[in-house]
Design a protein around this ligand. Structure first.
Ligand SMILES: [Fe+2]
Ligand SMILES: [Fe+2]
Length: 254
């Protein structure tokens, strides 16, 4: 059994609110009596993409479990590399990463577009992912993570800035039956749908929760709930390769 805990959209901005929520989630995961196979932070780590925000992220996202962090539309690639990966390169190429666990592969793709809020997988990222899937034995489940969902979620504010160019990703999926699920963030709402016949599992937002159209008072421009508690999920991959997801809200007990 493989257990991966995704959390998303911590939006660290130097203020206590985002930091306290992030700390509460990470402390909850660290206090679990059993080890996790991975903790995935699926983007929008630093609210303004600044070095100081990544310094705070590096401290808050430390865990006794293996952690992998992917960039979102609020992140800056070079600062992300400096602050979270310890790289000195000023490269603004996509930050694509892989975590090879026992019995699974977590492919973390950079769907951010510098200077824009929508998502897109560059050709180099798709080629990298295709190679990774080709090189991974078919009995090994491969989970593919990125910030932007490749499908609309009936969330008007987010659907406009979802991942586009997704037909290229769908073509790739057809060639790789062991691509088990897509793990995303960005929408600030725990959600599930499908894309190219695979589950798309959207992690809940830590800093806020999206207000869905039928939750928003008429005429309100407030597109998020700020009073909903932060949340996290557990994706479980059983021996049959089937993903199951559980969700937990996290209460800050300090
Ligand atoms: Fe976000
Ligand atoms: Fe985002």
């Amino acid at each position: 059994m493989i257990v991966i805990a995704p959390l998303s959209d911590v939006h660290l901005d130097g203020d206590r609110r985002a930091a306290d929520r992030t700390r509460a989630v990470m402390e909850y995961l660290d206090a679990l009596p059993h080890d996790l196979d991975a903790v995935l932070v699926s983007g929008d780590v630093a609210d303004h993409g600044e070095d100081a925000e990544y310094e705070q992220a590096a401290e808050l996202l430390r865990s006794r479990h293996p952690v992998v962090v992917c960039p979102g539309n609020h992140d800056e690639r070079a600062a992300f590399r400096r602050g979270l990966l310890g790289e000195t390169s000023l490269s603004t190429a996509p930050v694509d990463q892989v975590l090879r666990g026992e019995g699974f592969v977590l492919a973390v793709c950079d769907s951010s577009v510098p200077g824009a809020h929508h998502g897109f997988l560059e050709d180099s990222t798709l080629a990298w992912l295709d190679g990774l899937l080709t090189d991974t034995p078919r009995e090994t489940p491969v989970l593919v993570a990125f910030h932007h969902p490749p499908a609309a979620l009936h969330t008007p504010y987010v659907d406009e800035i979802r991942q586009f160019g997704e037909e290229r990703l769908a073509a790739l999926v057809e060639r790789h039956p062991h691509l088990t699920a897509f793990l995303c963030g960005h929408a600030h709402t725990a959600a599930a749908t499908t894309f190219a016949g695979r589950p798309v599992l959207v992690a809940p937002g830590v800093v806020s929760t999206l207000r869905l159209p039928w939750e928003a008072p008429t005429g309100s421009s407030e597109h998020v709930h700020l009073d909903e508690p932060p949340a996290v999920a557990f994706h479980v991959i059983g021996d049959d390769g089937r993903p199951v997801t559980h969700y937990r809200v996290v209460v800050d007990r300090r």
